[in-house]
Ligand binder design. Structure first.
Ligand code: GLN
Length: 339
């Protein structure tokens, strides 16, 4: 993007009626106090229930931010989608598929369950499949593997990321279910024998600090075919973008994935830190942050925001009806009278 183009798009981003729309959405759902912050480790209970950020990044690189978009929180399970992309790049589709299937489970994210016939974990978006995926990240040692992962996130978001060390240590000290799953998979030859190193890496990847804006950059990059729309840097090989977003659509919201596909229809991934990243392919990425979670571990306000965006702008993948508003017109300010 040229300097003039990026200046033009940042001016649009400040004055556009779309910004006004997002502001109203934020106000509407700030009042919603359903759900509870995650409490399986003490550090996550420090999250403030009122925190709420919505960020949208378009394919053209326009950034719209409302509310707490600079508040850092841990990426948690959202990392799983992107590490899956890295594993695909490292090994190719066939090998990765031989270790992790792509079937929804209908079970909770931490269920200890493997496919009975093949012994593979069901999909890369639940913990068992994510641990198997993390095992596939190449690198001579744990430091190199972590560095490669952090470099990957930087390509997507355009900035460096830190790990929240107290959260990492708490995840590591209490992650007995994850440990059990990893050893069960070792028993079936689904993961290599560097199990403890992989578990550490998995707990570290969950503890990467991000903002709602980062989450919007992550999904906008996928929406833009794997290239960050602001920096122009490629984050994921184009061949694997479709793989990652298909699994996000069918499995990204855990056992809420079917209802999500039905109501929202945008490939997405949630995390217990309160984030959701959602992709409208070829159009935009959404990042939301609100730590109040529903019973399935998905952010309650985030779900509402994505549902409204999908409905109002026809972003559902299978939408064939005329949406209430035309996104491009709204962003450009041509239907300002409607807002
Ligand atoms: N660290 C969490 C775990 O492994 C991540 C789960 C999540 O975000 N759903 O249990």
């Amino acid at each position: 993007m040229s300097d003039m183009q990026s200046l033009a798009s940042s001016i649009t981003a400040v004055t556009s009626p779309f910004r006004h729309y997002l502001h109203e959405l934020h106000e509407r759902y700030q009042a919603l106090n359903d759900g509870a912050v995650a409490d399986y480790i003490p550090e996550l209970t420090l999250a403030k229930p009122e925190w709420f950020g919505i960020c949208v990044v378009t394919k053209a690189g326009q950034v719209f931010e409302i509310g707490d978009c600079d508040q850092l929180f841990t990426i948690q399970s959202i990392s799983k989608a992107f590490v899956y992309g890295l594993a695909l790049e490292d090994h190719g589709r066939d090998y990765v598929n031989s270790k992790v299937s792509v079937e929804p489970t209908g079970e909770a994210f931490n269920a200890i369950v493997l496919d009975e016939k093949t012994n593979r974990p069901y999909n890369p978006m639940v913990n068992a499949g994510a641990i198997a995926t993390t095992d596939l990240v190449k690198g001579a040692n744990s430091t190199e593997r972590l560095k490669r992962m952090l470099a990957m996130f930087k390509r997507y978001t355009g900035r460096d990321h830190d790990i929240n060390v107290p959260i990492f240590l708490s995840e590591k000290a209490t992650g007995f279910r994850n440990r059990a799953m990893a050893y069960l998979m070792l028993n079936f030859g689904m993961v290599s024998d560097r199990v403890d190193e992989t578990l550490d890496l998995y707990f570290q990847q969950c503890s990467i600090m991000v903002t709602a804006k980062d989450l919007a950059m992550l999904s906008a990059t996928l929406a833009n075919g794997g290239v960050n729309p602001v920096t122009g840097e490629r984050a994921l090989d184009e061949r694997y973008v479709q793989d990652v977003i298909s699994v996000m659509l069918t499995c990204g919201m855990y056992d809420g994935s079917g209802e999500w596909a039905y109501r929202v229809g945008m490939p997405a991934k949630s995390g217990v830190g309160g984030g959701i990243t959602a992709v409208a392919p070829n159009t935009l990425g959404v990042g939301t942050f609100s730590p109040l979670l529903d019973a399935k571990g998905n952010s309650a306000r985030g779900i509402k925001v994505c549902e409204a965006l999908s409905h109002d702008f026809g972003l559902h993948l299978f939408n064939v009806a005329q949406p209430a508003h035309d996104l491009a017109e709204c962003i450009a300010g041509n239907d300002a009278d409607n807002w």
